[in-house]
Design a protein around this ligand. Structure first.
Ligand code: HEC
Ligand code: HEC
Ligand code: HEC
Ligand code: HEC
Length: 151
């Protein structure tokens, strides 16, 4: 064995031991129990408070809106995509008010022209050109966008 290596070996051993000690303190409890992840994170997430209710629950009290939504091109959207988290509203029977986004910019989040967005995926309009004098919902029913209320 070359003499340099003999001197380096103890140093190397110190590094390995240091690594093992640091690792012992840094690896969180339950890591690796069921795979290469921290198993307790599953429980942490399951314990988070719920905020969203889901379309089925909305249907208990708003059958008409659910029917309308399913009948037209917004069928793939969830009620809460537009109205925001609605679990408290649902369990307290409407006493907590929800968002009612009626601004052009809101619809523009999905429909404003964007050259990086595929037109086939979602129809796009130029917000600075498409019927600028009115709000979108004065013409398009938000639940049934092709039930035009006015031209
Ligand atoms: C248990 C019955 C119930 C459930 C479930 C329910 N709502 Fe309501 N909702 C009501 C009532 C009652 C009102 C009327 C309250 C009012 O006019 O102040 C209302 C009003 C609304 C309004 C109009 C608010 C306004 O300011 O006029 C929206 C939007 C709405 N609900 C959306 C939803 C959505 C989305 C869901 C599902 C996440 C949902 N609701 C679930 C009972 C319910
Ligand atoms: C694309 C966004 C969008 C989606 C999706 C949506 N809403 Fe709405 N909703 C609105 C807007 C905007 C208004 C306000 C309409 C107005 O002021 O005339 C509204 C109004 C309402 C109202 C008040 C009464 C009425 O009909 O105007 C209720 C209740 C309601 N929505 C429930 C629902 C439920 C339940 C769903 C899911 C089945 C849903 N909405 C899905 C945007 C949406
Ligand atoms: C979360 C995204 C989202 C929001 C917000 C949204 N839409 Fe849509 N919209 C869609 C999708 C997805 C479709 C179905 C694909 C398509 O036809 O472009 C659609 C379809 C439409 C269409 C039919 C287009 C066609 O292809 O014939 C109109 C009109 C429309 N939306 C108007 C509105 C208006 C008005 C608002 C605001 C009240 C709004 N949308 C808000 C996602 C959205
Ligand atoms: C004055 C009434 C009116 C207003 C306000 C209006 N629209 Fe329209 N929109 C129409 C009509 C009519 C059409 C069909 C003819 C056309 O494409 O211009 C249409 C078409 C569309 C289309 C389909 C375009 C395509 O290429 O298939 C989308 C998406 C749309 N509008 C979204 C919106 C959004 C978002 C707003 C608000 C920023 C809005 N509209 C405001 C009347 C209106």
């Amino acid at each position: 064995m070359p003499p340099q290596l003999k001197r380096l070996l103890p140093l190397f051993a110190v590094f390995v031991i240091l690594f093992l000690v640091v690792r012992y303190f840094l690896v969180p409890e339950s890591f690796g129990e069921h795979g290469h992840y921290r198993f307790n994170s599953v429980e942490d997430n399951a314990n988070q408070e719920l905020h969203y209710a889901g379309k089925e629950l909305c249907a208990d009290c708003h059958e008409d809106q659910v029917e309308n939504l399913e009948s037209d091109l917004h069928a793939s959207l969830s009620c809460e995509t537009c109205h925001g988290p609605g679990l408290a509203h649902s369990t307290l029977e409407g006493s907590v008010t929800l968002l009612m986004p009626d601004e052009r910019e809101f619809c523009g989040l999905c429909h404003s022209f964007n050259p990086t967005r595929k037109k086939k995926m979602v129809a796009q309009v130029d917000l600075n050109d498409h019927n600028i004098e009115k709000k979108c919902i004065e013409c398009h029913n938000p639940h049934m966008p092709w039930e035009l209320t006015e031209e």
